[in-house]
Design a protein around this ligand. Structure first.
Ligand code: SAH
Ligand code: F3S
Length: 433
């Protein structure tokens, strides 16, 4: 009988890919199969996120629950960014945890499993050329890492401390991986990195200096690959060449994530983001000119230390000017070992909550206006999910989530869909014959 693995994945798409890597390694090397209920598992893994504070608290209460109800003799491993950041402390606070494996050490999962109380969290460990076994949770879309770590030093962000220095994965390996995914039936690849358009600055061995734009060109030559998506690019590295390739390469999905963080040049400077409000707006203008139908999403932090009312108004001003299709918005959360942790002029918690509410309600108005404009339009949709209510959903070329009545024959297929009803996060349509 095979051994059973339960894995819970928190946080970003990179964590999702790391989980796929661990599932593959454990399956091939140790014979594990995944299960849905942790009480049935021989191994319970939690792949953690540490970008904001709340999930860290949640971790320990969850671990307690796992320990209480787990099968006798089952092991518990803590992986991911909180593992990198807390290390041994996790075992001190939760002594029943069997091992701790950092976000940059995923390839060692089959080894640490056999070392009780192992703590493997070397953030300089280089996995950029590790040949992971293949496992994909979706047959339609393939996540592919193109770089590991992050070289930036945004003052609010813990990621460089948990995922280490940025190293690009050689382009030949990425192209091979994409080709394998396409051979297995995927029509879409989703390229992942903390800062994808900084691709190619550093490889671990001797490699041809291929930049992100060139990588996109090389990938788009793969026959049968219909769509390329990526996250996250950094506004600082959005040069004209990159925007033009994005706009005019027909395989690239016309949805750009442009993490703004703040609309105030002063706050951006304190965050060490490397761009100004004007630069950001200039890049949006260039993008709109080259790719008028592209959707733009963003990340915004409110109540960063020193953010005044007028700084916050600048963020609202950018929101009104750009009219983002989607925002991920957060109240600033101080993180250990970051520069901003020591900044004075902390913004009062209630003021922060109020700003977040104002930002989100402005965005709801923007969304309603954008969505109303979609009614009656036709989009090409790639169907990926079967919903329980007799609908199948997917994404348009510009990343709008759309559902139609239908069944599993639509999965993995492209169809032209006319929008017949709008909701805030999902549109409903009919397939055109
Ligand atoms: N390079 C990654 C960033 C990962 S963190 C990317 O661009 O996706 C994802 C988002 O979390 C950031 O863009 C930021 O908006 C938010 N974030 C990071 N650190 C934070 C903190 N200390 N407090 C609140 N939000 C934070
Ligand atoms: Fe974090 Fe900034 Fe890198 S947000 S992941 S340090 S680009």
């Amino acid at each position: 009988m095979s051994k059973k693995l339960f894995i819970e994945t928190l946080g970003c798409a990179m964590n999702s890919r790391d989980s796929e890597h661990m599932i593959a390694e454990l399956h091939e090397k140790e014979g594990y199969e995944t299960v849905e209920d942790y009480r049935d598992a021989d191994l319970i893994l939690i792949n953690t996120c540490s970008v904001r504070e709340r999930p860290v608290h949640k971790l320990f209460s969850e671990l307690g629950g796992f320990n209480k109800h787990k099968k006798e003799g089952a092991k518990i491993g803590v992986c991911g960014c909180t593992a990198s950041h807390l290390g041994e402390e996790i075992i001190k606070r939760a002594p029943y945890v069997n091992f701790v494996l950092g976000a940059r050490n995923v390839s060692k999962i089959a080894e640490v499993l056999h070392k009780d109380k192992a703590v493997e969290i070397d953030i300089n460990y280089d996995e950029s050329e590790f040949a992971f076994k293949d496992f994909r949770s979706s047959p339609y879309k393939a996540y592919i890492n193109i770089s590991i770590g992050c070289d930036k030093a945004c003052t609010f962000c813990i990621v460089p401390k948990t995922r280490g220095e940025e190293i690009s994965i050689p382009d030949a390996l990425i192209v091979q991986e994409a080709q394998r995914a396409v051979d297995n039936g995927a029509k879409e690849v989703f390229l992942l990195g903390q800062n994808v358009n900084n691709y190619g600055r550093r490889f671990s061995g001797e490699h041809e200096k291929v930049n992100f734009t060139e990588l996109l060109r090389r990938l788009s030559k793969i026959e049968g690959l219909e769509r390329i998506r990526f996250t996250s690019p950094h506004p600082f590295h959005m040069d004209d060449e990159f925007i033009e390739e994005f706009a005019h390469n027909p395989k690239i999905c016309k949805s750009m994530h442009m993490p703004l963080q703040s609309g105030s040049t002063k706050v951006l400077k304190d965050m060490k983001r490397g761009y100004t409000k004007e630069w950001f707006l200039n890049r949006v203008e260039k993008l709109r000119k080259e790719a008028p139908d592209a959707t733009i999403s963003t990340d915004i932090i409110v109540a960063f230390p020193g953010e005044s009312d007028s700084d916050f108004e600048e963020t609202l001003d950018v929101m009104k000017k750009v009219k983002f299709d989607q925002i991920f918005s957060f109240k600033y959360s101080p993180r250990p070992e970051t520069e901003a942790e020591h900044f004075e002029d902390v913004v009062d918690g209630e003021i922060g909550s109020d700003r977040l509410t104002r930002l989100q309600s402005l965005h709801n108005e923007i969304m309603d206006e954008i969505n109303a404009g979609h009614l009656g339009k036709t989009f090409r949709v790639y169907f990926e999910d079967l919903n329980r209510d007799g609908f199948v959903s997917g994404r348009s070329d510009n990343n709008i989530v759309i559902k139609v009545k239908g069944s599993e024959e639509l999965l993995g297929e492209f169809r032209d869909v006319k929008i017949t009803a709008i909701g805030r996060t999902i549109l409903t349509g009919e397939i055109l014959a």
